[in-house]
Design a binder for this molecule. Structure first.
Ligand code: ADP
Ligand code: MG
Ligand code: MG
Length: 884
């Protein structure tokens, strides 16, 4: 087996297969840069297979390794014209780890390896610069001791600080050669007393020690944790790169730096980076000295008065700029680069695809299409759909000084300021007067919907990422911080306290739903810019995708937002949300609390015109896009009055005595409402409810058609069906209403009748059910609850432990459980389509906006996904990526 691959001097060892897998990211790119003829200090890479073999074999190297390393080292000596360990002309190397994916937690790089008292002396003579040689030596001792020998960095810092104090120095650069000599002697003493043995002086011992430390670090706790978090298999292993040193610390024509080929935060064209003259390695990022700007433009923008590299080292800068171009054209992506200049000569030490913000990702992808560097499909694949969230909401200006009052979970993105309000009715009232308010609650329930809607943002003291507040806020596009446990709310006094401060009703606060912070005062905001690039990329995505994207929405404002974001229909209109509105909750309660059918019919007659108007409003906005409207779903008791005032209102409206009403309310209480009298079970037992809703839908269609000429398309959806018979009965009733409305209005409504598949039995019996259903919408929220037998509202108590123990890989309410819930969907799709080939299939529920779940939906062949309005662009992009 070939365990060692050489690079440098315009070439690299030939290899087959995936270079990254074998050589790691850093090694593969070093080899690639060498092949491109770029100036890369020569070196060699021990493959990831060495690492794998090492662990497979009780931490022993393959027998051939030592010979191959010796050979590679000899070849390297020839290339560079220096000899490892030779005091007269010493070769120094760096030892660098490099896994397939960049991985914090791995061993840090060791520079200047090969130095000891003799070779340091030789380096001093050869360079004619004793200070430089000793500076390199002391860096080596510090790094090697820290990362290989485990002597903490602080020990060396202390010695250095003490020396500087004694001599009244501020900067390391003030220390001369004799000074470093003294410090080095102290360093060596510190190592000896910490380890009981001297610092290793044989360069070969140093080399094997460093290589061993890299392989060893693959299994350290930090690396293991990181791999678990990002799902990186331990079997990948890390590579080790051994590379001839070049020196950025050889005086004023030497330097080291890092750069991006474009601005990683805005995506603007133009090089972006920093460098330090007369410095080595990580000095730039270490923050010991203030780095200088790479370009003149950047320097001017930042108002920096140190010269830029473009100005200080114009020739090398010109060369570097050419390298940037070559690399971008070769990798066809923005590059993040590390380089060193040794006495006016440029050396490339690393390149990789650069990390970037969502805004930059978008701009770079579009610019690269314009430049003909990548195709439109590639551009679509380059942008992370979830990151679009950052672009769709206002965010807090970077330079705004945050005064944090409390921190909770980043439950719904975006930021907003407003006055703290502690009650939903109050929030609605104050908002109607034009005030911007933030709703602050211990937690929220369906009764807070109007308050949440009226508020700019929501803060709760309790609840997780899938709490009511979080889910509803995301759906409405309201920023939300949930579970801010450190705030103590006193609703009576209309105030909360946190971190020793008290915020009272009317105080201005800001919610940052992206970080989970609650700030005091009104923050400076940046408006989302759905600029040309955004529209362009979305257009390309739309061309590439197969699935349609709809939205879950019921209020005209949300429907309008979703349409602007590109929703092609409504996948879920939850009629019960309309029941909570102030103008009708009394009538709804009257209906529920009625003793008999007549009472219910009376109350429903009051609700009908309001529902009709709701639907008409939606149809006007959606025009001929299909709208799936779900008939009443939740258990009735959710609408029950909770206090005497509510009861009194109902009593006045109905003439029924208050205690009779209370009695009736108690009778409606259920032990397990989620599995109780709800969904189509209500429809079966109280036919008049669904009949009223169906009538409202069809009448609204007739109304809007007469008014606009558009033919609205309704998909009437019956929830919680478990058996074909339930659907059969209800379908007949709904169809009868349609016929009646057609007779009355003269307009034939365009409609389908279908069902939500949200119970395991429904998925399994999809064949029977499809006989009566023209469409299925997989209600994956409830399907997840019922498949796992897990209540979403209670999962918070143990979900964390389940994720920790890796029982769940991801929260199944956020990303679909593809094995279990996914199997039921697959079965539902198959059996449903077998019975009715033209069956329309979609998904509603939180998962419809989750990219991984969307990929799953594509793979099982659904016709559309539906998600909350603000996730529509994310779903459009994710659906395109799934199709490509
Ligand atoms: P990291 O993965 O933490 O960036 P690197 O292996 O890239 O670690 O090394 C960090 C820095 O050390 C590089 O950016 C470079 O400045 C310096 N360095 C590494 N190898 C060499 C070398 N052969 N010659 C000069 N400097 C080097
Ligand atoms: Mg590092
Ligand atoms: Mg690096």
């Amino acid at each position: 087996t070939k365990w060692v691959y050489a690079f440098g001097g315009g070439a690299a060892d030939e290899m087959t297969g995936d270079a990254r897998a074998l050589l790691g990211g850093k090694g593969a790119n070093l080899a690639e840069m060498a092949r491109l003829g770029l100036p890369v200090p020569p070196g060699f890479t021990l493959t990831t297979e060495v690492c794998t073999a090492y662990y497979a074999n009780e931490r022993a190297y393959p027998a051939e390794l030592e010979g191959q390393v010796e050979e590679a080292l000899a070849a390297l000596e020839t290339k560079v014209g220096k000899t490892f360990g030779d005091p007269a002309n010493p070769l120094l190397v760096s030892v660098r780890s490099g896994a397939r994916a960049s991985m914090p937690g791995m061993m840090d790089t060791v520079l200047n390896l090969g130095l000891n008292d003799e070779t340091a002396e030789g380096l001093a003579k050869l360079s004619g610069d004793r200070r430089f040689a000793l500076d390199s030596y002391r860096r080596f001792i510090t790094m090697y001791s820290d990362v290989v020998l485990g002597v903490p960095h602080a020990e060396f810092e202390e010695i250095l600080e003490r020396y500087k104090e004694e001599h009244d120095f501020q900067l390391d650069t003030e220390i001369d050669a004799d000074g470093w000599e003294e410090i080095i002697a102290d360093y060596k003493r510190a190592v000896k007393s910490a380890l009981g043995e001297p610092f290793p002086s044989d360069p070969r011992d140093q080399l094997w020690g460093a290589m061993g430390a890299v392989f060893g670090s693959w299994m350290n706790d930090r690396a293991i944790t990181y791999r678990r978090m990002y799902d990186i298999p331990a079997s990948w292993g890390t590579a080790v790169n051994v590379q001839a040193m070049v020196f950025g610390n050889m005086g004023d024509s030497s330097a080291t730096g890092v750069a991006f080929t474009r601005d990683p935060s805005t995506g603007e064209r133009g090089y972006y980076g920093e460098f330090l003259i007369n410095a080595q390695g990580e000095d730039v990022v270490a923050g010991i000295r203030t780095p200088q700007c790479l370009t003149k433009t950047m320097r001017e923008k930042m108002g920096d008065n140190q010269p830029s590299m473009e100005e200080a080292l114009p020739e090398v800068y010109g060369e570097l700029a050419k390298v940037f171009d070559t690399l971008e054209r070769h990798y066809r992506d923005m590059q993040d680069i590390e380089f060193t200049v040794e006495m006016g000569r440029l050396w490339m030490l690393q390149t990789r695809n650069g990390k970037r913000t969502a805004r930059a990702a978008l701009k770079i992808a579009c610019d690269m299409v314009d430049d003909g560097l990548i195709t439109q499909e590639e551009a679509v694949l380059r942008v992370d759909p979830s990151a679009l969230d950052q672009l769709l909401h206002p965010t807090i200006a970077e330079d705004y000084k945050r005064d944090v009052i409390a921190k909770g979970l980043p439950a719904s993105p975006g930021a907003a300021s407003g006055r703290a309000v502690f009650d939903s009715d109050e929030a609605e009232h104050r908002a109607s007067l034009g005030e911007k308010v933030i709703l602050v609650r211990v937690e929220t329930s369906p009764e807070d919907i109007h308050g949440m809607h009226a508020a700019q943002a929501i803060v709760t003291a309790r609840g997780g990422m899938t709490s009511h507040a979080a889910v509803v806020a995301r759906g409405m596009g309201r920023p939300c911080v949930s579970g801010a446990g450190e705030i103590r709310i006193d609703a009576g006094k209309k105030q909360f306290t946190a971190r020793g401060r008290t915020i009272t009703d009317g105080d201005m606060i800001t919610v940052d739903g992206a970080t989970g912070e609650v700030l005091f005062g009104e923050a400076k905001m940046i408006k989302p810019e759905l600029t040309g690039d955004f529209g362009k990329l979305m257009g390309w995505a739309d061309k590439a995708r197969r699935m349609k994207v709809r939205t879950n929405a019921e209020t005209p404002a949300d429907v309008q937002t979703a349409k602007e974001f590109g929703a092609e229909g409504i996948g879920l209109c939850r009629t019960e949300h309309m029941f909570f509105d102030a103008d009708r909750i009394a009538a709804v309660r009257e209906m529920i609390l009625s003793e008999d059918q007549d009472g219910r019919i009376n109350a429903l007659a009051k609700i009908l015109p309001m529902q009709r108007d709701d639907f008409a409003e939606i149809f006007r906005i959606m025009e001929e896009r299909p709208c799936t409207i779900r008939l009443l779903d939740p258990p009735l008791h959710e609408f029950l009055p909770h206090n005497e005032e509510d009861v009194k209102a109902v009593s006045e409206a109905t003439g029924l005595p208050a205690d009779a009403l209370m009695e009736r309310a108690r009778a409606l209480a259920e032990t397990n409402p989620m599995l109780g009298h709800r969904g189509c079970r209500l429809g079966i037992t109280y036919p008049e409810i669904y009949e009223m809703q169906a009538r409202a839908i069809f009448e609204a269609q007739a109304l809007v058609e007469k008014e606009t000429g558009f033919k609205p398309v309704a998909e009437v959806m019956i929830p919680l069906v478990a058996t074909a018979r339930e659907l059969e009965i209800l379908k007949v009733r709904v169809a009868a209403v349609a016929r009646n409305v057609e007779r009355e209005t003269g307009v034939a409504p365009v409609y389908l009748i279908g069902t939500m598949i949200e119970l395991p039995r429904a998925a399994l019996r999809a064949g029977d059910i499809a006989e009566f259903a023209e469409f299925f919408s997989f209600g994956t929220n409830d399907l997840t609850q019922t498949t796992f037998g897990l209540s979403r509202d209670d999962a918070g108590k143990f979900l964390g432990a389940y994720l920790e123990a890796q029982i769940f890989e991801r929260d199944p309410f956020v990303s679909i459980d593809q094995d279990g819930v996914g199997d039921l969907i697959r079965i539902g799709v198959e059996r449903g389509r077998a019975a009715r080939p033209e069956l329309k299939l979609g998904i509603c529920g939180e998962h419809g906006g989750d990219p991984a779940s969307i990929r799953f939906c594509e793979s099982v062949g659904l016709d559309y996904v539906s998600c909350s309005p603000y996730r529509v662009p994310i779903a459009r992009l994710a659906a395109a990526q799934a199709a490509l």
